[in-house]
Design a protein around this ligand. Structure first.
Ligand code: FAS
Ligand code: PHB
Length: 402
């Protein structure tokens, strides 16, 4: 049985992009349905990002979505970068007057889902066979299957917020997209451990053995990452081997101790830079990881996804309220300004902090010189800080001629 349903916006995916978009649209009185192919349990426990930019927290707070965040999250006023075992602090508040917040992506997702469901707004979990169609015209629709059979959901706009492996980007006609991508000669092995953090700020460490990152989730949980080979097999890494390598790469000399503990989760994350342009085809708009991927070194993936949907919500509002399609037509160009700024920042952080091949000593000397400049020059550390805490939403260079 195919039941025709109708809404204004069909959102594919209940990750940060899809869920924030659903709240931004509801705040503007626009109906939407969120379709998610996993269970609520699964999406609420998927361990991923951990750093929220300043504008992201401001947005969540402005929409009444930050109550638990304000109670439980960790506000960080700076970040530490270690070179040759010596730590240097980048003071965000001194350099930019702003800070960042450490709060797991899965916590953000839990809060967004709870808020949407308590408002009586639909999220359809465990859907299957999602297909996006008709978006070349002005009557797009989504077909999917759920427990009761197959459904056709008619709408005005489809928001493809279904991540890198979703169905939306591949649904664009052949040749509609230009793909820009870059692979890196390494990956990150990430762990979540029940071990109390012994520092109250993140430490990014460039060591001759390779990159390591010390992060956290709460006073009881640390989140740590190691640079490994791109095809690393997680089964080759015992807990002891992981803790041993972290100890060798983190600056444990200067009064920083690394407490170990039971590892609750471990996974290898590939590193890539990827942008699909344009981010829209007719009435199908791509947002977040469906359109772009950044290496996690800049802590940008989730924040960039949320930035996209602040632009998309305004564009959809104009279309639904007055029939004006101009903001939707501008959607991709407006987002891509920030996407490429964030791509560059994430590539820059990655190129400064990771160990590249051993034979290019010239590149190695350039890397060390650039990192020392960032750690010792106020101008250079301000450049890092303003990108790290997050640029204001909207067009990042508003003064530029349109
Ligand atoms: P998401 O991938 O989060 O959400 C897409 C949603 O769509 C998912 O719930 C998925 O189940 C659903 N979906 C997929 N196909 C569908 C279909 N056909 N039908 C319906 N639903 C469908 N970023 C950082 O900043 N720091 C990090 O440390 C970090 N670590 C990461 C580790 C891993 C393993 C991964 C994969 C990503 C990591 N990221 C990190 C990036 C990550 O946080 C993303 O940038 C962020 O989740 C992007 O959010 P969305 O665009 O909403 O996509
Ligand atoms: C995290 O805490 O998961 C984290 C922090 C900073 C990054 C990437 C991941 O750059």
């Amino acid at each position: 049985v195919t039941r025709p349903l109708r809404t204004q916006v069909a959102i594919i995916g209940a990750g940060p992009a899809g869920l924030v978009l659903s709240h931004l649209l509801a705040a503007r009185g626009i109906d939407c349905v969120v379709l998610e192919d996993r269970s609520r349990e699964y999406v609420e426990h998927r361990v991923r990002a951990g750093v929220l930019e300043h504008p992201t927290v401001e947005l969540l707070r402005a929409h009444g979505l930050a109550d638990r965040l304000d109670r439980e999250a960790l506000v960080h006023r700076g970040v530490q970068i270690a070179l040759d075992g010596r730590r240097h602090r980048i003071d965000f508040e001194d350099l930019t007057g702003r800070n960042i917040t450490v709060y797991g992506q899965q916590e953000v997702v839990k809060d967004l889902i709870a808020a949407r469901l308590s408002a009586g707004e639909p999220i359809v979990f465990d859907v299957s066979d999602v297909r996006v169609e008709g978006f070349a015209g002005d009557e797009p629709f989504v077909r999917y299957r759920n427990g009761e059979g197959s459904v056709t959901l008619r709408c005005d706009v489809i928001a493809g917020c279904d991540g890198f492996h979703g169905v939306s980007r591949p649904s664009l006609p052949p040749g509609a997209l230009h793909i820009h991508d870059r692979e890196y000669p390494f990956a990150w092995l990430g762990i979540l451990a029940r071990a109390a953090p012994t520092t109250d700020e993140l430490i990014y460490s460039n060591s001759e053995r390779g990159f390591a990152l010390y992060s956290m989730r709460s006073p009881e949980i640390t989140r740590l990452y190691l640079q490994v080979d791109p095809d690393e097999d997680i089964n080759d890494w015992s807990d002891d081997r992981i803790w041993g390598e972290l100890t060798r790469r983190l600056p444990t000399s200067e009064g920083f101790t690394l407490l170990d503990g039971p590892i609750l989760e471990k996974a290898v994350t590939p590193m890539r830079s990827f942008v699909a342009t344009p981010m829209r085809c007719g009435r199908l708009a791509l947002a977040g990881d469906a359109a772009h991927i950044v290496p996690p070194t800049g802590a940008k993936g989730m924040n960039l996804a949320i930035a996209d949907v602040t632009v998309l919500a305004a564009a959809i509002d104009a279309l639904e309220r007055t029939g004006d399609e101009s903001l939707l037509a501008d959607y991709s160009d407006t987002c891509l300004q920030r996407v490429w700024r964030v791509q560059h920042f994430s590539w820059w952080m990655t190129s400064m902090l990771h160990r590249f091949n051993d034979h290019d000593d010239f590149q190695h000397q350039l890397q060390r010189s650039e990192l020392r400049w960032v750690l010792h020059s106020r101008a250079a550390s301000t450049a890092l800080a303003e990108n790290y805490v997050g640029l204001p939403f909207g067009r990042i260079y508003p003064e530029e001629a349109r």
